[in-house]
Design a binder for this molecule. Structure first.
Ligand code: TXA
Ligand code: MG
Length: 312
């Protein structure tokens, strides 16, 4: 495919290619080229000490990037790659400091999206790619969203349809004896615990090493609140502004200023739609966005995490 060859050439020359993945779109560059990596940071406005995930075609390339790879790491790679899981491993000495933010670990993922897969195979090496959004904003789940967000700084955007999962990958740190969850994703902690047959520690919130753990992240620019159904009606009593209500159980509100956007009941379908919905609402001139709280069940963990961050 011409487009892919074009993408590979751009990567080889140190350019930036936006890549569709099953989680969200990534802003990709050659992981062995420090000038290319610098472009990622400046395009996103991202602080340079925030490490990047390196994407590879399959687990056989792991040893090009990581050392001391544990049994747990291989077990997780076997079970979930290609797919929405990032492993944090001890980095191999030749990995650029720019990628790891100077840390001794590296994040690695094998995406399953066919376009990402084909590109990685053609390219033959690792592609560093953060989500293709400006720092702190909502990750893009379509090529159009990347175009809006970073259109003037990427050399090419590969079209891959809407990301199937819609939320960023689960991140598990397997660089030490005990695996630790650094970022919840649609592969749940329970899935991971079942695979490894052991308990996984949850990282304390706001450890500075994961940029997605900063308080305000994944955020719309419109004032956004996470609010339970009982609070919603209180909130609306004092309201006179145009509000979007991202609802799950509420179907109707009598206030004519309020537009109800009904979200799916199912966690997977909700995750798939969430960023696209928030992005759209952010551009629709509402004064506020209210989001109805979601269930406490573990399948909603990743969604709850992103909603809390979007509304701080
Ligand atoms: O689904 C995803 O993971 C998407 C797609 C494009 O693969 N990528 C993504 O990248 O979400 P980014 O950069 O937006 O988020 C990656 C997170 C960041 O919070 C970063 O700090 C963390 O992974 N991370 C990367 N390397 C790390 C490391 N060595 N130790 C701890 N955290 C790391
Ligand atoms: Mg991101």
């Amino acid at each position: 495919m011409d487009m892919l060859r074009n993408a590979v050439n751009i990567l080889r020359k140190g350019g930036l290619v936006a890549i569709p993945t099953e989680t969200v779109y990534g802003l990709g560059a050659d992981a062995r080229n420090s000038d290319a990596i610098r472009k990622i940071f400046s395009a996103k406005g991202r602080p340079s000490n925030h490490p990047l995930i390196v994407h590879i075609a399959d687990a056989s390339q792991l040893t090009d990037w990581a050392i001391d790879i544990s049994q747990d790491a291989y077990r997780l790679a076997d079970a979930y790659w290609p797919g929405p899981l990032t492993l944090i491993l001890k980095k191999s000495p030749q990995v650029l400091d720019l990628i790891t933010g100077g840390q001794d670990t590296i994040g690695i993922r094998v995406p399953s999206h066919p376009v990402a897969q084909e590109l990685l195979r053609e390219f033959g090496s690792g592609i560093a790619a953060p989500s293709a959004n400006l720092f702190g904003r909502i990750s893009p789940t379509t090529a159009e969203a990347v175009q809006e967000e970073l259109g003037d700084v990427v050399d090419l955007i590969l079209e891959g349809g809407m990301s199937e999962i819609g939320l960023e990958s689960t991140i598990i740190d397997v660089s030490h004896e005990s695996p630790v969850l650094l970022r919840p994703g649609m592969i749940s902690v329970m899935d991971i615990e079942q695979t490894l047959q052991k308990r996984i520690l949850r990282r304390q919130v706001d450890s500075p090493r994961v940029s997605g753990s900063l308080a305000s992240h994944y955020a719309p620019q419109t004032e956004t609140y996470l609010i339970s159904p009982s609070e919603i009606f209180q909130f609306l009593q004092k309201n006179s502004s145009r509000i979007a209500l991202v609802a799950r159980t509420i179907v109707e509100v009598s206030d004519p200023n309020v537009e109800v956007i009904s979200m799916p009941d199912d966690a997977k379908a909700y995750a798939h739609d969430l960023y696209q919905t928030l992005r759209f609402l952010d551009q629709s001139g509402f004064e506020k966005i209210l989001i109805e709280t979601v269930p406490e069940d573990s399948e909603w963990d990743a969604i709850r995490d992103r909603l809390i961050r979007a509304t701080r």
